[in-house]
Design a binder for this molecule. Structure first.
Ligand code: OOG
Ligand code: NI
Length: 459
């Protein structure tokens, strides 16, 4: 039997993410403008801060910046979600975390498909925030049934893509030629279709139930909703957007601006009106928007608990005061969270990845902090690779308009989501803590400091 070499799933992911970016740039020209702005701001930030640049380079983080982005899609049925899971697996992307957005009045629940290994994340951390419509939350049952019927008639993954997914599953990978074909076929799933599958009347009914339902149900497939580049300085991007003819939403979602970036900060610009033909009748649809994000260090469960409480407190206080002083309330709520990496590390609030530095150590160190202080051991922040449900809800809502913030009195339903997915979602905290533990073990072994392995949880 002749064996043809398989290419690495990381390479397929990079090909796909590039192809997606090219397609989306043609579909939404403002995306190109946004990419340029982000590239300019990142360049200026690195120029102005050589220490940041060399830290990113040493941590293997610099190269991924230019290719880094996330996409968002919205699916209609369990079969679609299963098919998409198999498609993303070919590219080394797996479902991480469960996000319940019904608590924010949005009838979806979601996961993020992304690479999970540290080396794969460094090569290309491309992720896709993937939502599944919850027709069970639609009060008008007749409309929900109609929507289900419409969805059941469409096939969002091409026959060609399915064939290659099966080959990849059977052979454990794809050859270069198969990968190229796969990327071309997979791209079709996410393309914008100007021709809706429904008539104007049905579309209007769906919009009345919820604009998001109309977005999912009325089209041939889950057009890519947005592609989000990562900036190193979101405050500057936010202020410069208007100069490039882009109007950002009022506030940046997530934590406040700090010396030490944590988790994820996001902003977006208003959704576009796109021309659509409803069974011969020209109309328009508003769903796709632009988004920018800045990523900081991943927080441990203890750090995350602080974050969640600070955000909840801020929103409550802001609601009481009419929302005007949101930014100062937010800053105040985070003022007791340490704003330097080493304190976050020593207090067990954030996740790190360890590596041995150039300096050798002669003696057995007393603890890990001592090794770090001497320069023998280096603790790089682990970038937060996931999403924040409150931010996601804010992003959804800023693009839906106030009239769509209905209250779905639904319980979170991870079991139903995993049934639809045909798999369990991976726990994000387990991924960060495994990367931390593995990297520490390797570094300590290299440094001849294995005696410190037992108390790796300690500072
Ligand atoms: C997804 C909204 C959430 C994010 O980055 O948190 C999101 C959507 O609009 O489908 O994109
Ligand atoms: Ni997004």
């Amino acid at each position: 039997m002749t064996m043809t070499a398989h290419i690495h799933p990381d390479e397929i992911r990079t090909l796909f993410s590039q192809a997606m970016s090219d397609m989306y740039r043609k579909e939404v020209p403002q995306y190109g403008t946004l990419m340029e702005l982000v590239r300019d701001v990142n360049h200026a930030t690195l120029q102005a801060d050589p220490a940041l640049k060399s830290r990113l380079r040493a941590a293997g983080e610099l190269d991924r910046l230019d290719v880094e982005r996330h996409g968002a899609i919205r699916l209609g049925t369990a079969q679609e979600l299963k098919a998409i899971r198999r498609m993303f697996a070919v590219m080394g992307m797996y479902p991480v975390s469960y996000y319940d957005l019904s608590v924010a009045g949005i009838p979806v629940h979601s996961t993020a498909f992304r690479p999970v290994e540290q080396a794969s994340l460094q090569r290309n951390p491309f992720r896709v925030f993937t939502s599944l419509l919850r027709l069970d939350l639609v009060e008008n049952r007749a409309l929900a049934e109609k929507a289900e019927h419409i969805l059941n008639k469409r096939q969002i993954v091409t026959d060609g893509a399915f064939k290659l997914i099966e080959i990849a599953e059977k052979q454990g990978g794809l050859t270069q030629q198969q990968a190229n074909d796969f990327v071309r076929e997979a791209l079709e799933t996410f393309r914008w279709h100007r021709d809706a599958t429904v008539d104007t009347e049905t579309y209007t009914q769906l919009v009345e139930a919820h604009r998001l339902i109309a977005d999912v149900v009325s089209f041939k497939g889950p057009h890519i909703n947005h592609l989000t580049p990562r900036t190193l300085d979101i405050d500057t991007v936010q202020t410069q957007m208007p100069q490039r003819g882009i109007a950002p939403k009022a506030v940046i979602e997530g934590p406040p601006s700090r010396k030490t970036d944590i988790l994820l900060r996001q902003t977006s610009f208003k959704a576009l009106d796109e021309e659509v033909v409803f069974q011969g009748v020209t109309g328009s649809h508003t769903a796709r928007f632009g988004e920018i994000e800045q990523r900081g260090i991943a927080l441990t469960p203890a750090g995350r608990a602080f974050y969640d409480k600070a955000i909840t407190d801020t929103r409550e206080a802001a609601a009481k005061s009419g929302g005007e002083n949101y930014t100062s309330l937010l800053k105040a709520a985070f003022s007791s969270l340490p704003d330097d990496l080493e304190t976050l590390r020593q207090q067990g609030l954030a996740f790190f990845s360890y590596r041995a530095g150039n300096r050798k150590v002669a003696n057995k160190a007393a603890n890990i902090s001592e090794l770090i202080a001497s320069g023998a051991l280096i603790a790089d922040p682990q970038i937060y690779e996931d999403f924040l449900p409150v931010s996601a809800a804010g992003i959804f809502q800023s693009n839906l308009g106030a009239e769509d913030q209905s209250n779905f009195s639904a319980a979170s339903n991870q079991d139903a989501f995993e049934d639809a997915l045909g798999a369990k979602v991976i726990d994000e905290m387990a991924l960060y803590s495994r990367i931390e533990a593995d990297s520490l073990a390797i570094a300590l072994t290299q440094l001849g400091q294995n005696h410190l392995l037992q108390d790796q949880a300690a500072a």
